[in-house]
Design a protein around this ligand. Structure first.
Ligand code: TPP
Ligand code: MG
Length: 1044
């Protein structure tokens, strides 16, 4: 039987209503016999006509979106005819056939659209090709196909899904959208609710526009449907089991989202508008359209918590942070299905298509250790970016096209059809909850005003804005529709409008009397922290660990499971580790790291009388490129069986059932996305050590906005402390410009400590102390009462408040009835000095001993505040024989050393024997990091006795006191800073003024106070590309360090 006969048979089958049987039989016969018999001309015609219709179906599915009515301003998608002003488009070249067809529909000129010969009245068999046919019909006229699919793919909503990889997922989308579109999907009460949301949104912007004409608010006008869309999205999420949503968005419509969706009181927003610059004593956190908030939305008996992340201006930078937070929530709440916690990102059209970070973040979406079970992306596609038209902003038809790379379906919808927007948002949730993959809603709209409200957009887009001026609002359009359909009355709309206006006015007036309270002030200022309002539940604990525990960890991580077929190199590595534990000496860098991780993971051990307070346990998450093995073949945190490729993670087998989890994840190749993700992860729970490792430190500059705008400044801007650790391999080994420097100088430049004053004595501190007094002395008496002081301390319960009380007693303040200004100043200066490290924004270390590395990692979890930690980690030292420590340097009683001098207990080389007494040293070399070993070796080989070396292990916060103490031990020594980096890089520019301050303030009686520099000459590039030149430069540094 040939294909024509099969089709004829199918037609007969339908006539006899036994089509299913005929279908199966016919195809069976077709396959059995093959299609090589002679065919009748009519059969061929039928086949070709059917195929043409099938192609038409495919055309709608794959290219219908090109001709869909997505633009509220009525333009079709296609190349611009001319100019920068996108008001005129030509017909789309990529869907000309569909364009012609729909333009003339329902009068079909079949020939003109490639359907020549198709019988318009005949029903053709499309079988399974149209999903809807499963439930309803198998035979279709061309007219029916067009009617159905133009509604599904060319109306005010459409979906791009051909790029979705999984066939069942693709089928699901077709099933959802290929349906008659004639009637609204929503019952009248639901439609009324959509209208009410639109009205509220619209009136909110009008209200702010009226009250704050001269302010920027980045209003949502032109995309008001976003709000009903988001309501629907969150509601559907609640219905499908979502309990919490992490939300990230940029400026556009943010105030509306904050108020309308997240219920941020209008009074607070109004106060923020009004108070810009009023309270000079406040270190203002950030502009109002960057601030985050939280809110809970209730839907019947279900509720969803929404947490809007604060973000910087850098568009898309918040994306990975939000996803890291989402993943952390899933981890800590044990949401294994990832269906209770979800990420939601709102993007601008220009940002989403233009900024690579959006694409980099999407590439995390299906990676086992980074997936959040699908993110919903909503693009506020107002078809403009600042003053730039889409034509000039991207090289793809839609702004959403980058999402196709990860197989995310893309629902496009016209913002003037709020029901379509709502429907797309609901479908996006259903997709996410069903398939656990990313999905995009491209909300096509326009921007009614300029980029901000002070901008006149007609300057650059005259024709578009002429059109927009005459274009009715979404509220007007939708009101009219519901009025026409008798779903609402004008009276009700008027009543709603007046209620909303009254509400806004009332809250506006009330905002005037809403003065910031002392508590609010504390909550947004340094002083809350300084006085101990830290919300941390951690305590200051020693970082040394008892020997028995160290050995337990060490042995566990040196032991493969029985029968495990190790790679010979790994086998010898484990053997060496075992020996380190047995001998207690020769502990190398990687082992020290593993011991730090392993000991942090362990629960309290009651057999040793430990309580949870004494021994908190912490999960550890290490993420970065190739970090499982380690770029330098040092870590081997995952063992692979050489015959089965089975994975085994020793650190998860230290004490089964009594330890937290160690997560180690090789990441994709994006620095910005992964670092942002880990930063986000670190924000969710302070009781977890989160580490990001760069392949080489150099590559961190790809993530600069995450560092500048979040890690080092987030706490000050948004009160979001982080204890994130960055491991940045750094050091001059002759590997060229891009494998030498972790850009130490950049991190040091970001540190907020004052180079010219000891902590607590700088002008900023003085100003803050002054402002604090004024705020506490509410009625301007000129002194504080005990009650005033109590009001400052009262809100801060717990150990830190106790510390404040103790200090007050020590300084004899707060005992008298009146606390005078000078008492307050002294108290605060002392307090700030004692809390110096806590007031810093970043800790930067360049460590030289494995034991100190062990301690600094453990310290991160054992102090009552979280600060980001940048570790310039070694490469060459990982396998350098002298760079080892003893187990004894990690046991109880030992701790992190900010400074290590010759002969100190923490000096792992302990080579003091040949040196002259300290008082006779003629030079003190001060250095940091790897160069110490070169200097030490140079001194020994030259048999120099009168030059001492001190290592600055913690560079920032600068250990003024410790270093001064060491310097004072060498009264006659000339002070020389030695570094391997060029003079305009490395730590020099940071160290120089601080060391000068330390010497001036704390070592004033010494003979030499000047500081000399030895290092590479200033340079544009970090390092030479020639190994020989590198060696010459290194030799020159060492020679000058020991020259006469
Ligand atoms: C990384 C970055 N580059 C440039 C800017 C400056 N900028 C602010 S808004 C904007 C236009 C954004 O357009 P779009 O993403 O479409 O959002 P819209 O304002 O249209 O809602 C630009 C270029 C920025 N904030 N961030
Ligand atoms: Mg835009």
């Amino acid at each position: 039987m040939n294909l024509g006969a099969i089709l004829r048979g199918l037609h007969k089958g339908v006539a006899s209503r036994s089509w299913g049987r005929v279908w199966r039989r016919s195809w069976w016969e077709y396959e059995e016999r093959g299609f090589h018999g002679t065919s009748e001309a009519s059969d061929i015609t039928l086949v070709s006509q059917t195929l043409k219709i099938a192609s038409l179906v495919d055309a709608f599915r794959s290219r219908g979106h090109f001709v869909a009515s997505l633009d509220p301003l009525g333009r079709t998608l296609g190349p611009l005819v001319e100019g920068n002003d996108s008001v005129e488009y030509s017909e789309p070249v990529n869907a000309k056939d569909l364009f012609e067809l729909l333009k003339n529909y329902p009068a079909l000129n079949l020939e003109a659209v490639g359907l020549k010969g198709v019988d318009p009245d005949r029903r053709y068999f499309l079988g399974d090709h149209l999903r809807i046919s499963r439930a309803t019909q198998l035979f279709w006229t061309v007219n029916e196909v067009v009617a159905l699919l133009r509604g599904s793919y060319c109306g005010t909503t459409t979906v791009e899904h051909e790029h979705v990889v999984s066939q069942p997922a693709k089928d699901w989308i077709r099933l959802m959208v290929e349906r008659p579109q004639a009637q609204s999907l929503f019952p009248p009460p639901y439609q009324q609710r959509i209208l009410h949301h639109l009205l509220y949104t619209d009136y909110f912007e009008r209200f702010l526009a009226k009250k704050f004409q001269a302010s920027k608010r980045f209003g949502i006008e032109g995309c008001e449907s976003l709000i009903p869309g988001l309501f629907a999205l969150i509601e559907r999420a609640a219905e499908t089991g979502v309990e919490a949503i992490e939300l990230g968005m940029s400026h556009r419509g943010r105030l509306n989202v904050l108020h309308t969706l997240l219920s941020k009181p209008l009074g607070s927003i109004v106060t923020e508008f009004k108070s810009g610059g009023d309270h000079q004593f406040l270190r203002v956190g950030d502009v109002k359209y960057h601030l985050g908030t939280r809110g809970t939305l209730f839907f019947g008996d279900k509720s969803v918590q929404i947490s809007l992340s604060p973000n910087p201006s850098h568009l898309e930078a918040v994306d990975p942070v939000v996803l890291g937070k989402t993943r952390a929530k899933q981890f800590f709440k044990q949401d294994h299905s990832r269906r209770q916690n979800m990420g939601l990102l709102l993007h601008g059209d220009a940002a989403f298509s233009g900024l690579g970070l959006a694409a980099e973040v999407m590439q995390l979406s299906d990676l086992p250790e980074y997936t959040t079970g699908g993110t919903i992306h909503v693009i506020i596609n107002n078809q403009i970016g600042f003053t730039t038209d889409p034509k000039l902003a991207r090289s793809s038809p839609h702004p959403s096209d980058v999402a196709k790379g990860v197989g995310a379906p893309i629902f496009h919808c016209n913002g003037d059809d709020p029901e379509g927007v709502v429907q797309c948002c609901r479908l996006a949730v259903d997709w996410r909850q069903r398939f656990q993959r990313d999905v995009v809603v491209d909300l096509v709209c326009y921007r009614r005003h300029g980029h901000n409200e002070q901008d006149d957009p007609r300057v650059t887009q005259p024709l578009t804005y002429q059109k927009i001026l005459n274009h009715p609002t979404a509220l007007q359009i939708y009101s009219q529709k519901l009025l026409n359909e008798d779903i609402i009355s004008q009276d009700i709309i008027d009543r709603w409008a007046s209620e909303v206006e009254t509400k806004f006015e009332t809250e506006y007036v009330a905002a005037d009397s809403c003065a910031p309270t002392l508590h609010e002030w504390l909550a947004s200022n340094w002083q809350g922290e300084a006085l101990g309002s830290s919300s941390s539940k951690r305590y200051l604990q020693p970082t040394g660990v008892d020997l028995e525990t160290l050995q337990k960890v060490g042995r566990a991580i040196s032991t493969p499971p029985p029968g495990f077929n190790l790679h010979p190199d790994v086998a010898s590595l484990l053997k060496a580790r075992w020996q380190m534990m047995e001998s207690g000496v020769g502990i190398d860098w990687a082992m020290a790291e593993a011991l730090a991780f392993g000991s942090l993971l362990l629960h309290a051990d009651p057999t040793k009388g430990q309580t949870v307070e004494q021994n908190r346990h912490f999960s550890v998450r290490l993420s970065g490129q190739d970090c499982e093995r380690g770029t330098f073949n040092q870590r081997h945190s995952v063992l692979y069986d050489q015959t089965t490729a089975r994975r085994y993670i020793p650190l998860n087998n230290v004490w089964l059932g009594h330890q937290a989890q160690f997560l180690v994840c090789n990441s994709n190749l994006s620095e910005a996305a992964v670092l942002g993700f880990e930063y986000g992860f670190s924000l969710e729970n302070e009781n977890s050590l989160i580490i990001w490792e760069a392949q080489f430190g150099d590559f961190t500059n790809n993530a600069q906005s995450i560092i500048d705008n979040f890690i080092v400044s987030g706490e000050e801007k948004w009160m979001t402390p982080t204890g994130l650790v960055l491991l940045l391999p750094h050091g001059y080994d002759g590997q060229g410009p891009e494998h030498s420097s972790g850009r130490l100088e950049r991190f040091l430049q970001l540190c907020n400590d004052d180079p010219d004053h000891l902590p607590g004595f700088g002008p900023l501190h003085k100003h803050q102390i002054e402002a604090g007094f004024t705020a506490a002395d509410k009625d301007g008496k000129g002194y504080l009462t005990k009650a005033d002081l109590k009001a400052v301390i009262e809100p801060m319960k717990g150990i830190n408040a106790e510390r404040a009380e103790i200090l007050m007693q020590e300084l004899d303040i707060g005992q008298a009835d009146q606390i005078q200004r000078q008492d307050w100043d002294m108290f605060m200066a002392q307090w700030m000095r004692r809390n110096a490290e806590k007031d810093h924004n970043l800790c930067v270390v360049n460590i030289t001993t494995p034991a100190n590395f062990f301690h600094v990692l453990r310290r991160q979890m054992n102090r009552p505040y979280s600060k980001p930690l940048v570790i310039m980690s070694p490469k060459y030292l990982l396998h350098h024989k002298p760079c080892v420590s003893k187990l004894a340097d990690m046991v109880t009683g030992t701790y992190f050393r900010r400074v290590i001098a010759d002969g100190d207990p923490a000096d792992n080389l302990r080579n003091t024997h040949d040196l002259l007494p300290r008082k006779d040293a003629r030079r003190l070399l001060i250095c940091s990091g790897k160069i110490f070993y070169l200097l030490s070796n140079g001194r020994r080989s030259r048999k120099v006795r009168d030059i001492a070396i001190v290592r600055l292990e913690q560079i920032a916060p600068f250990p003024f006191d410790r270093l001064a103490m060491v310097i004072n031990r060498y009264p006659k020594a000339q002070l020389v800073w030695v570094q391997e980096e060029p003079k305009n890089m490395g730590a020099w520019t940071y160290v120089q003024p601080r060391l000068a301050t330390a010497v001036r303030e704390l070592c004033s009686h010494r003979e030499f106070t000047e500081l000399h520099f030895i290092g590479r000459a200033t340079s544009a590039t970090t390092a030479t590309g020639s190994f020989q030149v590198h060696q010459q430069e290194t030799r020159a540094i060492i020679d000058s360090a020991f020259s006469v």
